[in-house]
Design a protein around this ligand. Structure first.
Ligand SMILES: *Cc1c(COP(=O)(O)O)cnc(C)c1O
Length: 372
């Protein structure tokens, strides 16, 4: 039986092994474990990749969001609007600042923030919106930016799943006031441990984030404010520099696999993902929707095909957010989508045969289900 995992980090490593090994060796030889040349180079290269003026490496994507919000001056008494259909980090970053997370519903077709819902949720306390470019697809930025501007809101991009994606020909990372990336190993650009970055056209904001992330200092022994310790380390930066050179090619491979899936699954019983015509997705995940999800997942597993659910329980229904007192049924599209989604394997090293195998299995299983 052929095993098809959701992601295969070992397969990716084998394609870049000698470059990775020598990058790691270089950092160790120079003992530049914190700060150092590799970090500086990576920050410059990643900013350039995004088309942004400045970038600061931080400890992880969650901290990137938290530090960006702090850098924007968001704190107690403020409300920040985001979606409940995301990884919990998006909302944790808001509550960590002392602000209140406010969840709005998504669009059923793209599964991304519904701009009408955003507009309806704005109150005099609203200071910012975190748009989540989920699954690799940029949000509907034209409408969202217009609403934000009209209500004087800061726009933070949670680009943890969308390194390299485009909205109207412009890379994510420069679409809002500030963008936050995760380099968690499984992301489109992943480190060999935790890592993250904050990117912006506003160099002053990046300076404030850099200071917050490094104990409130820009110089060694002067702490201008109280900060935290959240830095991207030299080893991770050196690994990310090697991988950044391959990112476009890996994203292109994901796009080929997604196109293949869309064609091969057209006659199946699953609902296929929709990408906004002005967006170019980098397909961090390939998420279909089906009513009999558990059955499909179990049968695929028997055939050696891994699947996932991103994410099964919306944030407003998580035990951690019970205190917000948001009743079930408040976000009907989010709740419906969460009950139907299934992520199929997608990563650059996947072969065409594997995409074909998964597609055939899904088609067979869902056609059977439909005819029951
Ligand atoms: C991965 C992820 C994060 C958090 O990143 P970490 O590096 O794991 O802290 C935030 N938001 C989204 C949408 C993510 O997928």
């Amino acid at each position: 039986m052929m095993n098809i995992p959701l992601i295969d980090l070992k397969a990716q490593y084998l394609t870049i092994q000698s470059d990775i090994d020598s990058a790691i060796q270089r950092v160790i030889t120079r003992s530049e474990f914190i700060g150092g040349d590799e970090l500086q180079e990576f920050e410059a290269e990643f900013a350039a990749y995004c088309g942004a003026k400045a970038c600061v490496g931080v400890g992880n994507g969650t901290d990137a969001l938290y530090l960006a919000l702090r850098g924007l001056g968001i704190g107690p008494g403020d409300e920040v609007i985001t979606v409940a259909h995301t990884f919990i980090a998006t909302a944790e970053a808001i509550s960590l600042t002392g602000a209140k997370p406010v969840f709005v519903d998504i669009r059923e077709d793209t599964m991304l923030m519904n701009p009408d819902a955003l507009e309806a949720a704005i109150t005099p306390q609203t200071r910012a919106v975190i748009v989540v470019h989920l699954y690799g697809q940029p949000c509907e930025m034209a409408r969202i930016l217009e609403i934000a501007q009209h209500h004087n809101l800061k726009v933070v991009e949670d680009a943890a799943q969308a390194h390299g994606a485009y909205w109207q020909g412009q890379r994510v990372g420069t679409l809002g006031d500030v963008a936050c990336f995760s380099f968690y190993p499984g992301k489109n650009l992943g480190a060999y441990g935790d890592g993250g970055a904050v990117v912006s056209q506003d160099e002053d904001l990046i300076r404030r984030v850099r200071r917050l992330a490094n104990h409130g200092r820009l110089e060694k022994y002067t702490h201008e404010i109280e900060g935290v310790n959240s830095r991207l380390d030299g080893l991770q930066a050196s690994i990310l520099r090697v991988k950044l050179r391959h990112l476009d090619q890996w994203n292109a491979a994901r796009q080929r696999h997604a196109a293949h899936y869309l064609e091969a699954l057209a006659g199946s019983g699953v609902n296929l993902p929709t990408v906004h015509p002005e967006a170019e997705s980098v397909w961090h995940l390939f998420v279909v929707r089906v009513a009999e999800r558990e059955h499909l997942q179990a049968r695929l597993k028997e055939q050696g095909i891994a699947t996932g659910i991103h994410y099964p329980l919306p944030l407003h229904q998580q035990p951690a957010y019970k205190y917000l007192g948001i009743p079930d049924g408040t976000l009907p599209v989010t709740e419906k989508v969460a009950s139907e989604i299934v992520s199929l394997p997608i990563f650059a090293e996947l072969t065409e045969e594997q995409v074909e195998t998964v597609s055939k299995a899904v088609t067979k299983l869902t056609n059977v289900l439909q005819s029951l």
